[in-house]
Design a binder for this molecule. Structure first.
Ligand SMILES: [Zn+2]
Length: 107
């Protein structure tokens, strides 16, 4: 259970499953519910909820960093390798076009 604040000043209890949606307040306003991550963060800031162990959190950030790095490297690798892959292929195609079978037999 999380508490979100309505502009009217009331606190509305919301379930984790409602994250990302909206909740009607008693004042008649429809209050948007932040995502689960934001709910957890704000709850943690308020000290109202037990946070997951920092080690686990750090690992997730670490993996995200590694993944970004790998993705970046892969993109760079593709950018470097792609012309090398395309060029020989086009070279072969051009060579095949130049060597005309008819000219070969005519000689
Ligand atoms: Zn309200």
């Amino acid at each position: 259970m999380f508490n979100i604040a309505c502009p009217c000043g009331k606190t509305i209890p919301v379930r984790a499953g409602q994250a990302g949606g909206t909740v009607p307040c008693g004042c008649g306003q429809t209050v948007p519910i932040p995502t689960l991550g934001e709910l957890r963060r704000s709850a943690a800031d308020a000290g109202g909820i037990t946070t997951p162990s920092p080690t686990q959190h750090d690992w997730r950030a670490w993996w995200r960093g590694v993944w970004l790095l790998v993705a970046g490297c892969a993109c760079q690798l593709v950018a470097v390798l792609l012309p090398g892959v395309i060029a020989p292929t086009t070279g072969v195609v051009m060579a095949a076009a130049i060597v005309d079978p008819e000219t070969e037999t005519a000689r």
